[in-house]
Structures are given as C-alpha cells and as structure tokens.
Design a protein around this ligand. Structure first.
Ligand code: ASP
Ligand code: MG
Length: 458
C-alpha cells in the first residue's frame, strides 16, 4: 500500500493544544505514515542568531542549549507519562544539545564557521522536533520510529544552504529505509551530501524535504498541515472575503508561492510533478478529517470563470537598473552582469529590458550586494546604475491568463481607478502569471483593487 507523507510545520507544534490535534490527526489516518516535521516555531531564526553571536561570545553555546531544552521540556513531561520512554526521549534530546553546544563552542573558539558547519548547526531545530514528536506519538501507543536523513539516505547534490535532492542516489535508499508498516518521523529542512555533510534545502525547506521523500517512496499524496485555511483568492489580512481555491495545478501553486503566497515553499512541487503525486493542504484548526483537504494541488489544469484564481504579492523584491542610451542593442552586457551575479551567489528573479534600460529583479536582501558586484564590472555602455527597493510585486495567477483577452485591461483599469501607478509589468513570461510592480505604499490598495475586480463584483 503506498504511503502518505504528512508534513507538520513549526506553527503546528506551538502549544500542547496543537500537539493534541496532531495526535488526533495521526490517529485519524489510521495507516502507516511518514511524518516530516519542521523546527519548533521561531527556532531556526533563533539558531541563525546564535550562529552569528557565537563567533564573538563563548556564553552563547550554553545559553542556546538551555533555551532549547526549556522550550519543550514541559510538553515532554506533560505528554510522556511512561518513565522509561520519557527518560529515553530526554536523553536523545540532551545528546543532540550536547553536540550542538560543542559545535557552537568550536565556532566561539575559532571565531568562524564554514558553510558546512552553518548548515549543520541550523539543522538542530528539525532534529529536536522530530525526537520530540516521535516520543510523544509512542507515548500515545502509536508505533513510531525516527528516520534521520543521514540514516535513511536522503542524498543531495551537496550545495550548502540551497541543496536539491539527488533522486538517482536517494530513491532506493530512502524507499528501503522507510518500508516498514509503521509511522516514521523524519526531520525536514536537510538532506545529506555524498560525503555525509548536512546540506539544507533553503529556508522554509521542510516542505521540499517532505516532497523529496514523497517522491522517493512513491507516496499516494503529500499532506501538508498548516494553521490557515488552504490557498485563498488573496491574503485574508488584506481582503475581507477571500474565496477558497479547491484545486490548483502544480504550476499555479509554484507561481503563487514564488510571488509571495506563504502557504507553500515554491520548490515543493518540483519533485512531485513527474510522478504526479498530489499535494493536499489541511488546517490543523479545522475538522481534522483526513479525507477533506481544503486545497488539492495536482497535474489537473483548469481555467476558471474569470480566469484569475488568486492575487498575491511580495515585498521581498528590489530592482537593479542599468541605464545607458544603447544598452538594449549592445551585445554582452547581460552576459557579464548575470555571470558576475551568479559568481556572487545572487539569484535573478526576472529581467525586463528596453533600448535604454535593463531592469533586473532580485531578492531585496541581495540588492546592495548586487549593486556593488555590478559596479565593479567594466560596462562602458552603462551610464548609470541604480537600485530601487521601494517596490512591491503584485501578481495575478491562473491558467488562461495569457490566452484570454481583456485580463490585463481589467487589471490596469482596476488599478487606475484607485489612482495606482504601475511602474513596470510583465505578462507572458509564464503562461499563467501577469505581474505588476508598484510603489510599496500602493501594494495593499493594488491587491484589493484587483481582487475586487475579479472576485467581489457581481
Ligand atoms: N525550519 C526551517 C526554516 O525555518 C525549515 C522550515 O520551516 O521549513 O526555514
Ligand atoms: Mg515552513
């Protein structure tokens, strides 16, 4: 019987009330599962800070492990009544914390950390939450076992901080390691390089880890439990009556995540598209019925009436502008710039060009660095280099967007009627997205105007 891979996030493990809900969900499945779990809420950010501080402060190692120990020990004592199991779980947690302390201590002594060590330190959040959840499930009479990525053979391409699974090498190991009819609890966020180094799948990468495992074992679905009501027609913090999207294609989900929807990591669909494994999204505060997902993401593509399925936004982008009277016709500029950015480890999100201007869309955090990198290149045709960080990207997503006339017209009219200026726009780069760059202060009214146009008009 194919397994279901179930992913719980840090926000599902915040309180004992939520952990009760997880236990209920696991019981409701009533079948063997592979559970992939993220770090406790906020713990990865805490470890990122600890890593930084440890370079200068020897005390950080001890303070960090004390903080992590205190964080959930109350819940261990509350849930695990059996003394033997409780002692065993606490011992496993302590063993991890001693290792972590030694690594942080080493960083304090040398004042430095390699990329490999950084990835390893940041993986402790997931290691701890997996041990914690495994102990609790066992205490409830459920037959659960830990499966660390290094023991199950979740092999990656070895890129620190942004690894991808290597399915040629990983699939048979993972499949064989997780083949018993029990519940496995696997820490998300990382896999292991061929030379046994911890390699992270990038921030928020537990969704991707769960998807990679689902692919390796040929899961019947990847079920992701959230604390929100599935994919909606827009962010409920911005619009008052968002509509639930019951079905999305892989590409629609990926584009929505890329343009800011926080519900899913943009890379989650990558491993699942070829084997056609569906993603089902549930809310831990909902009915907990495992046959009633809120949103199903699959290969099925549908064009809905009105075409636009969701309006999303991101404030994480910034623009690098290369200006000069002939940049559009001068060969080689983009080649030099993109090579330099690549060598500096900076990812390009989009490029929009004209005869007098090349505009590169980047993650906002990379903007200053990108400016410095490009400033250092000899580019005679470029008279002026500028950065713009006061922008937001608002995107409309849905199959059919570039195949139907009038969609962009409706969007521009809706924006114009709110006096919102569109600084730049792009349609057609992806057949299912149309996106608009606006001043940051116009982001909320822009999302509301487009949502109103497609979902609130009678
Ligand atoms: N804990 C990791 C992070 O915060 C991975 C995840 O939550 O998916 O980035
Ligand atoms: Mg997450």
């Amino acid at each position: 019987m194919p397994k279901i891979v179930v992913k719980f996030g840090g926000s599902n493990l915040r309180s004992n009330e939520e952990i009760h809900r997880i236990i209920k969900v696991v019981r409701n499945y009533n079948q063997p599962l592979i559970i992939v779990v993220s770090a406790f809420y906020g713990v990865t950010n805490y470890l990122v800070e600890a890593l930084e501080k440890a370079r200068r402060d020897e005390e950080v190692a001890t303070k960090t492990i004390q903080y992590l120990y205190d964080l959930k020990i109350g819940s261990v004592e509350y849930f695990i009544e059996d003394q033997v199991l409780r002692t065993e779980t606490i011992k496993l947690i302590q063993d991890q914390l001693v290792e972590l302390r030694n690594f942080l201590h080493g960083i304090a002594l040398t004042g430095d950390a390699s990329k490999a060590l950084e990835d390893h330190v940041l993986s402790y959040g997931e290691r701890l939450s997996a041990i914690f959840l495994n102990g609790i499930l066992n205490s409830q009479g459920l037959d659960a076992k830990l499966g660390f990525p290094e023991t199950i053979g979740l092999i990656t391409d070895g890129e620190f901080g942004n690894a991808s699974a290597d399915f040629h090498l990983a699939t048979s190991h993972v499949r064989e390691s997780l083949n018993e009819d029990i519940i496995y609890v696997v820490p998300g966020f990382y896999g292991i390089s061929q030379d046994q180094k911890t390699t992270l799948f990038g921030r928020g990468g537990s969704d991707y880890a769960a998807a990679a495992i689902a692919r390796c074992v040929g899961a019947s679905s990847l079920d992701i439990w959230k604390d929100v009501n599935g994919f909606l027609s827009s962010d409920p913090k911005l619009v008052s009556n968002p509509v639930l999207i019951e079905k999305l294609s892989y590409n629609e989900a990926a584009e929505l995540a890329y343009f800011g929807a926080k519900i899913l990591h943009p890379r989650t669909v990558e491993p699942l598209t070829d084997p056609h494994i569906s993603i089902r999204i549930f809310n831990i505060y909902g009915t907990l019925e495992v046959e009633k997902p809120l949103t199903i993401i699959s290969r099925e593509k549908s064009v809905q009436t009105g075409v636009v399925k969701s309006v999303t936004y991101s404030d994480d982008f910034g623009l690098l502008k290369l200006k000069g009277p002939g940049v559009g016709l001068k060969p080689g500029i983009l080649a030099k710039v993109t090579t330099a950015l690549h060598n500096a480890g900076i990812n390009i999100s989009s490029v929009l060009t004209s005869q007098i201007s090349i505009n590169i869309l980047l993650s906002r955090k990379d903007l200053q660095n990108a400016f410095a990198v490009v400033s250092a290149i000899e580019l005679s045709a470029v008279g002026k280099l500028q950065i713009e960080d006061d922008i937001s990207v608002v995107a409309a997503v849905g199959h059919g967007i570039t195949d139907n006339f009038g969609i962009a017209a409706r969007i521009f009219t809706a924006l114009a009627s709110e006096s919102i200026n569109v600084k730049m726009s792009c349609s057609g780069a992806s057949p299912i997205v149309s996106y608009y760059l606006v001043q940051s202060s116009d982001r909320t009214p822009a999302v509301r105007a487009i949502h109103h146009e497609f979902f609130e008009k009678l």
